[in-house]
Structure formats: C-alpha cells, structure tokens
Design a protein around this ligand. Sequence first.
Ligand code: ZN
Length: 124
Amino acid sequence: MSGRVSNLARQVGAWVAGADAELRAWHPPWADPRIKVILTDREPARPKAGRIYVATASGRPTFGYLVCPCGCRETLHLRFLPNRFPRWDIAIEGNGVVSLMPSVWRQVGCRSHFILKRGKIHWC
Ligand SMILES: [Zn+2]
C-alpha cells in the first residue's frame, strides 16, 4: 500500500482505532467478499465495484464514493458532513469492516435501495 494511503490512514486513526494496521493488510477478494474501504483524497476517476472510497479532511470522513451495487455502473456520492442533507454516518470497525446508516435509496436511475451493513449489501 502506498505511503500516501498509509499517512491518510494514520490521520483517520484517531477516528477509528486500529484501522491503520488493518488497512495495510492485504485480503484477497476471494477470501473476503465484503466491501472494502479505500481512503482517498478525491473522487476516483475509475472507481471499482466492491469498494467504498472514503475522502477525509482533518481525519474525518467527508465524502464517500461507491459504484452502485446493482450493476448499473453509476457512482453513488455519499456525504458524511454534518448539517447537510442527505447525509450518512459511516462506521469502520478496527478490522476495516464498513457500515453506513441510514440506507441508500437512489431517487433516479436504477432506484436501488440497500443497506451497507458490516461490509455486505442488504437489498431493501
Ligand atoms: Zn444502480
């Protein structure tokens, strides 16, 4: 993993204890089908399915980017900033397992409605 990602992980460390070491660990996709957290500083140009890209500022999550799990290939934009709507809470456990609250419900396009809980998509 690149030094830049490690540095970001360290910044987020105050926010989620233990994530740094776990984010360095490589889990091959066939060993763990859960959605993986990728720390970033901007919207990825070519986001991949099965990952949630989390941008941070001052060690706090600000935005998330997630390729729609329905297969429509749209990138969903998730806001984690307070005092904005819509917004989501993101929780990342020490082992990198990610959850979002509340559910994601697209009002356009595929109209997917799902919950991301402990790294897995649960369709509503
Ligand atoms: Zn979709």
